[in-house]
Design a protein around this ligand. Sequence first.
Ligand code: ADP
Ligand code: ZN
Length: 605
Amino acid sequence: MTSDIQERALHVLETVFGYPAFRGQQADIVEHVASGGDALVLMPTGGGKSLCYQIPALLRDGVGVVVSPLIALMQDQVDALAEVGVRAAFLNSTQTFEETLRIERMVRTGELDLVYVAPERLMTQRCLDLFEDSHISLFAIDEAHCVSQWGHDFRPEYIRLSILHERFPQVPRIALTATADQVTRAEIAQRLQLEEARQFVSSFDRPNIRYAIVEKTNGRKQLIDFISTEHAGDCGIVYCLSRKKVEETAQFLNENGIRALPYHAGMDYAVRAANQAQFLREENIVMVATIAFGMGIDKPDVRFVCHLDLPKSLEGYYQETGRAGRDGMPSNAWMAYGLQDVVLQRRMIDESDADENFKRVLSSKLDAMLGLCETLSCRRMRMLEYFGERSGPCGNCDTCLMPPTSFDATVPVQKLLSAIYRCDQRFAAGHIIDVLRGVESERITQWHHDKLSVYGVGADRGEQEWRAIVRQVIALGLVTVDHDAYSSLKLTEAARAVLKSERKVELRQYQKPVKQKRAAPTRGYAEMDLSSTEQAIFEKLRWWRMETARAHNVAAFIIFGDATLREICKAKPTSLDELRGVSGVGAKKLASYGDEIVAIIAEMV
Ligand code: ADP
Ligand code: ZN
């Protein structure tokens, strides 16, 4: 019985989706759900959650219902399934009444394999009645963390999804999320009444993503350098904190020859939706966005995610960077971070109207984020540890690749702390640094700070170097930034021990930003390691893919992903049989596009 299900599952994987093997826990999950079990699946973005419910829905009798909050993305999901020959549709508020009736009829008569619904739609009497009248194979609850009130994606309608268990006790349910933290997990299980369900927890590591955090000197300039040296022509996302900065950065990128679009919640809905659609469908666009952009964006070939501002928490940072490289190919997560970021985030917490308790939570989340920025050890190790996972140094982050050195900073830190103290804890970082460096300015003479014993005692270090020290001292909790109008620096209780030389301080050695000398690759990431013939084929296939996607009115990646195109270039199939062996080419796509692809290859080699 069991092995029969396994065999059938593998057959569907190969013939429908064109993949040779399951990844990670997919096989176990598929088998469990296809056999009628409930499941709670915790898998990182790009782990392959969709197949975990799509294949069981194909193996079981009846229609699989997928609950998803992302109405805007349902069309793409349905298009992608249609491309591989799966009968899917959605029910949501964007449809006409006639369309709704047509889809409902297909659900009733079992002419569909999968139907996507938004949670608010599902909760209507009409929809519940429809499903009671129909044969339902399973319920898949996607983005299940939306049920959690602690997460930032909370959707009140999700809470009511526990009704599924009560009204359809015999139908298996599978809830899926990429949220890594334990509190949210427990909350999902409890609220969706999935305590009895089998939990499948995958590693949250994303080995193909390279993490790097650099000192911010001139953020936008650094961003341009990064994109043009590492990702010319690639698709990526740049996150900024404010709407204004989103607009400015997008404009700046465009002025510098990088195609960019803005996205934030303050934009006109139609423009925002059009920008999202364009980003999804085209290949070399950079989306500059606030965090309002991204949930459920399943574009597999996002090659980089940049942060120009410090995120509020590691949870957020990990989720945002996780949107890179869903296809498993090499990708970058890059962030520029500076003292101003720390000051700003601290002030935002202080000034928010949250209660003290909640402020403490926010503050400790920010501390964890700062800890990551200032760590001397492997960034990945640090993040995975935060999510409760043990690992060793990864060899694929900036601290592994270029280990930072640390130094005994006790003396300079003492100088800094006493300067803050001598200036009556009423001045911001810029002024304190000027005092330490012995800068001559009106402001300094006005306050007679040139008469202080600390004046000029730090002249041996540059301004950037001092800023790096201030930042780290804040991250260590020796100094806080006051939320008065001046962002003045204040000493904490912990500073006392350092001033009295009872505690040593180790800091990360400041490294002058080196101008990247590497010649800019003219090729994107997907084409790396391809021979010149293969690159030429890749270009040709990409062009063919774009034309085909336009003709079918779907996103380019729905035709074939970069990973599949790359494999085709390597394999250079001369017959349909050879093409069949390429990962990502299932029976339907072989029938639809096989001849065209084989012809392109024949012409090129
Ligand atoms: P998630 O929803 O977990 O973020 P997806 O279901 O969108 O991930 O899958 C991510 C990418 O990996 C997709 O392009 C998908 O086609 C691909 N994928 C999933 N499972 C496999 C597999 N077993 N073999 C090859 N590719 C896979
Ligand atoms: Zn590492």
